[in-house]
Design a protein around this ligand. Structure first.
Ligand code: NAD
Length: 290
């Protein structure tokens, strides 16, 4: 397939590289330069998009997606599909899909889970919103860049799945860190805590696969001085998206709201910026009751 790829950063770069390795013809654009082996650099987003069957975007946020969509949609050929893999707000995802459809194009919101490691290894999970027809057309690309693609429903359903998942992740990470901090003060050994909880009803991905305690459980950013991994500010971004969605959908999400507030304090008023989101553990372990 001919693919236009816009946004070749930490995630987009390796995703585009995997498409090239699988034999797709990829034309790429990034404001910071499109230096990915095998990708033909374009001079603009529109140039990368104009000849493509599928245009993939992997951009920082909703406002940037909307501005890139304004540039690429008029340039795309009839029947092509715009597939946004960034994590953005549900409203931006729906607005861009509507704009693409009005121009005679297919559109998907297809955010990912799996991080930079998954992007490099081609093992991402895609959660996808849009028509079945557009999903089937892009499926061969999902199969190259990832190991699983779930068609979640209409436009916006992919972003909805992503922010609901990450709201659970933010909340369970804080709960896990909080429990370790309490265990410390109760004199319970962290390894014993892991041995019990990881096989008891308190288990979770945060505990079992990404344990926030250094030297305990599988290797995680905690074992690397809390270098990300998944940065605290990215978790904050996602928690703000879920709170924004909750507000516009009139959903009551008190735990999500508290998690967003704690990550905001950590990132904006303390030393959380640039640290992994599991660094909530040293933050909480170093404190007493307020
Ligand atoms: P990144 O900042 O490394 O990459 C974004 C790229 O977009 C940058 O290279 C930037 O130069 C480029 N860009 C910005 N404005 C542009 C424009 N107008 N036109 C063209 N290019 C432009 O970020 P990333 O880590 O690759 O994340 C991308 C998206 O994926 C984000 O929405 C993020 O939330 C999501 N995501 C990231 C991870 C992760 O672990 N990094 C995991 C899942 C989802």
């Amino acid at each position: 397939m001919k693919v236009g790829f816009i946004g070749l950063g930490n995630m987009g770069g390796p995703m585009a590289r995997n498409l090239v390795a699988a034999g797709h013809e990829v034309s790429g654009f990034d404001v910071a330069g499109a230096d990915v082996e095998g990708v033909t650099p374009a001079l603009s987003a529109a140039e990368a998009a104009c000849d493509a069957d599928v245009v993939v975007t992997m951009l920082p946020n909703g406002p940037i997606l909307r501005s890139v969509a304004d540039q690429v949609i008029p340039a795309m050929k009839a029947g092509a599909v715009l597939c946004d893999c960034s994590t953005v707000d549900v409203d931006s995802a729906r607005a861009v899909a509507e704009q693409a459809r009005a121009a005679g194009l297919g559109a998907l919101d297809a955010p990912v889970s799996g991080g930079v490691g998954g992007a490099s290894a081609g093992t991402l999970t895609f959660m996808v919103g849009g028509t079945a027809e557009a999903f089937e057309k892009v499926k061969p690309l999902f199969d190259v860049m990832g190991q699983k693609a779930v068609h979640c429903g209409d436009s916006g359903a992919g972003q909805a799945a992503k922010i609901c998942n990450n709201m659970i992740l933010g909340v369970t990470m804080i709960a896990t860190c909080e429990a370790f901090a309490l265990a410390d003060k109760l004199g319970l050994d962290r390894q014993k805590m892991f041995d019990v909880v990881s096989t008891s009803s308190g288990y979770s991905w945060s505990m079992n696969a990404y344990c926030p305690a250094p030297g305990v459980g599988p290797t995680s950013p905690a074992d690397n001085g809390y270098r990300p991994g998944f940065a605290a500010e990215l978790m904050l971004k996602d928690l703000r998206l879920s709170q924004q969605a909750a507000e516009s959908a009139d959903a009551d999400t008190p735990m999500g709201e508290l998690a967003a507030r704690l990550y905001a304090e950590f990132v904006e008023r303390e030393d959380g910026r640039g640290r992994d989101f599991s660094a909530m553990l040293p933050r909480l372990a170093g404190r007493g009751r307020p």
